[in-house]
Design a protein around this ligand. Structure first.
Ligand code: PLP
Length: 440
């Protein structure tokens, strides 16, 4: 049981009431009755009534080193007491140290970082950067991809529920999502042999729907909101060849998949042996402190002409959180732990799938694992009702998971990268009970 330490003590009902009165009504909540969380410690969170949950979703894959990680809390507190804010108009050691830590783990020539405050801002910066570097303005993204909630980011997002406006930023086109489970009617599941089909579509989009001179192709290494769609090996290598053939840059969005989450490497794209021109990061980068990062090469960085600034981006407190988070990820060898705990999780999910044919697909890499819920494995028709029941049952069993997919029928799991074998076993047991409850 976590000792209460905060000064506010509203009940869940009071918080929900206040939310309904003062916050924007469109904000998505996962559960039928919104869940209010008051405290956290490692992979555990509590509601105000003291109910405890194992958090297998980590604030949307963000508390990468666990809730209230003492080393992050210590670093943030110390920095807040020393110097809280200056803006990018002034230099600060923490800012530089954070950029150095990112350059240490990014592939190849990617060594220049611009820090902002969210994944959305990092995506905006990346696309602007690609347009400035190429002198072009057309962008290709993937269908069902998600890149954030600004005007530009919702325009590259291709997921109707996340595109509130009928009018989008001009010059953005979408290629076929490399989804092995859902793309090929003639096969139960596509495989690497389908790579050419996806890449041909990317090329066709360029030559038929753009002027043939795109600025960039942006893609997630694992499509998170899409329901952990894992592009097949070979896809990024060939997609990089195509976009570069037409003079555009490869922008890789690692907002969800970065920092060891996919196992074995620091970034998802490293599994594909491809070096992007620009990379975008956020979420797990600083364990919940609002940090977005856009990273590129010397050459591309120098092509950004004109002024650049951020009031909050790179602020010493967020940078202290980033540095402490990165140190924790290294100290615990997060990529290795993500692979081992991911294997443990996947094995358990596969066992559940063997008992329940409605678990149409179990997929993912490392600590990014998903279950796609279908009415039956042949039609693969999305089962919205059963997914909702599974989510509610998980909550009742005391485990938090997320949702994704075009129809909201993919259960997403993405806990802290430091989760232990014992904690994972506990989470699996609770999830298994929920799965069995909605099984028949
Ligand atoms: C792949 C990806 N890119 C960008 C974003 C936007 O990040 P943020 O919510 O921090 O603006 C998200 C958020 O879920 C994401 O999953």
């Amino acid at each position: 049981m976590i000792e209460p330490s905060n000064t506010l003590d509203a009940t869940s009902a009071e918080t929900i009431h206040g939310r309904d009165e003062f916050l924007l009504p469109g904000m998505l909540h996962l559960y039928e009755e919104p869940l209010v969380l008051a405290e956290g410690n490692g992979v555990r969170v509590n509601d105000p009534e003291g109910n405890e949950y194992i958090d297998l979703f980590a604030g949307i894959l963000t508390t990468s080193v666990g809730h209230c990680n003492p080393n992050v809390v210590g670093a943030v507190t110390a920095q807040m007491k020393k110097l809280g804010h200056i803006s990018t108009l002034y230099g600060n050691e923490m800012h530089v140290e954070a950029a150095r830590k990112i350059a240490d783990i990014t592939p190849g020539m990617l060594n220049r970082t611009f820090f902002s405050n969210s994944g959305t801002e990092a995506v905006e910066t990346a696309l602007m950067m690609a347009c400035l570097a190429t002198g072009r303005s057309e962008i290709i993204a993937l269908r069902v991809g998600y890149h954030g909630r600004s005007f530009m980011a919702t325009s590259v997002t291709a997921h109707s529920g996340w595109r509130p406006l009928a009018t989008q930023v001009a010059g953005i086109k979408h290629a076929k999502s490399p989804n092995l489970y859902r793309c090929c009617p003639s096969k139960t599941r596509c495989d690497e042999t389908c790579v050419d089909k996806f890449v041909d579509d990317l090329e066709e989009v360029i030559v038929t729907t753009t002027n043939g001179r795109p600025a960039a192709f942006i893609a997630e290494t694992i499509m998170g909101v899409a329901g952990y769609v894992v592009p097949p090996m070979g896809y990024f290598e060939k997609a990089a060849e195509v976009i570069r053939h037409y003079g555009g840059l490869l922008v890789i969005d690692e907002v969800q998949a970065g920092f060891g989450r996919c196992g074995d490497h620091w970034f998802g794209i490293q599994h594909h042996g491809v070096e992007p021109d620009i990379m975008v990061m956020a979420k797990g980068i600083a364990n919940g402190a609002p940090v977005g990062a856009t990273v590129t090469t010397d050459e591309i960085a120098h092509l950004w002409k004109g002024k650049h600034i951020s009031t909050f981006g790179g602020n010493p407190v967020s940078m202290a959180a980033l540095c402490a988070t990165q140190d924790e990820l290294h100290r615990h060898n997060a990529p290795k732990n993500a692979r081992q705990r991911g294997d443990q999780l996947k094995e358990a999910l596969k066992e559940m799938q063997a008992r329940h044919p409605w678990m149409g697909d179990v997929r993912g890499m490392g600590l990014m694992q998903a279950i796609e819920v279908v009415k039956d494995p042949v039609s693969k028709e999305p089962d919205v009702e059963r997914t909702k029941r599974l989510l509610e049952a998980s909550r009742e069993e005391g485990v938090l998971v997320g949702l994704g997919g075009l129809y909201g029928t993919v259960v997403r799991i993405g806990p802290s990268l430091l989760i232990t074998e014992q904690e994972m076993a506990e989470g699996i047991e609770k999830l298994g009970k929920a799965v069995d409850r909605v099984g028949s």
